[in-house]
Ligand binder design. Structure first.
Ligand SMILES: Cc1cc2nc3c(=O)[nH]c(=O)nc-3n(C[C@H](O)[C@H](O)[C@H](O)COP(=O)(O)O)c2cc1C
Length: 199
């Protein structure tokens, strides 16, 4: 049974693609639409404004506004959902760049202990398997708490969405729903553990 909570967990959904009609953004928009009642999912679509990471920029006061916006958005939520495309068997540079910024102590290491889940869609047969594996490895270094299962690899992207961008494949919708229910439980579980440690 899905637990009932007295408040909703705020989740930031981060698409790893800047493409105007990105399938990964569409997948996250589907997450916003079919989120379980205790998750409030908001899309973060400003990765294009985040400069390439450079340690020299870390001492800028204030930080670049694109970086500030990203850090603020992540600091204000209870969990992160990342949908990654697969570029050359790994994650796009824009996503790695964002994670590098988020991994720094500015003003604190925001990803430590943060509940996360990763998913992805590609037009190919493997549905971002290698990209997700690479993302999982990178996130290990940040000490984020990445949901181990279920995993969601969506393939055949062209068949999945309507012209208006909505997800229409019934099997994928069901998988997405199960994935988000599991994530809701994961956010609750990791959040409770963090609260117990802090007490
Ligand atoms: C530079 C580049 C490299 C790619 N490499 C892979 C790959 O290694 N494996 C794969 O399945 N798809 C690969 N693709 C196809 C992408 O997965 C596909 O374009 C996907 O739709 C991109 O995600 P988006 O729709 O969210 O922008 C590549 C695409 C680009 C532009």
């Amino acid at each position: 049974m899905h637990p009932q909570h007295s408040y909703r967990h705020r989740i930031l959904a981060l698409p790893g693609s800047l493409r105007r009609v990105s399938y990964n953004r569409k997948l996250l928009e589907a997450c916003v639409d079919c989120a379980p009642s205790d998750l409030r999912i908001e899309l973060f679509d400003d990765l294009a404004e985040v400069p390439m990471f450079n340690e020299d920029l870390e001492s800028d006061k204030p930080l670049h506004t694109g970086v500030d916006r990203l850090l603020e958005a992540v600091a204000g939520v209870d969990g992160l959902l990342i949908a990654t495309p697969e570029y050359n068997q790994s994650i796009p540079g824009v996503l790695k760049n964002a994670i590098d910024w988020l991994s720094r102590p500015l003003p604190e290491e925001l990803l430590i202990g943060k509940p996360m889940a990763i998913l992805g869609v590609s037009s190919g047969r493997w549905g971002t398997r290698l990209a997700q594996a690479a993302l999982r490895q990178t996130l290990t270094a940040t000490e984020a708490q990445v949901m181990p299962a279920p995993m969601l690899f969506v393939r055949d992207a062209e068949r999945m969405f309507e012209d208006d961008g909505t997800l229409h494949d019934a099997a994928t919708q069901a998988s997405l729903h199960a994935f988000l229910l599991a994530f809701s439980n994961w956010v609750e579980r990791v959040g409770s553990q963090r609260a117990a440690i802090a007490a």
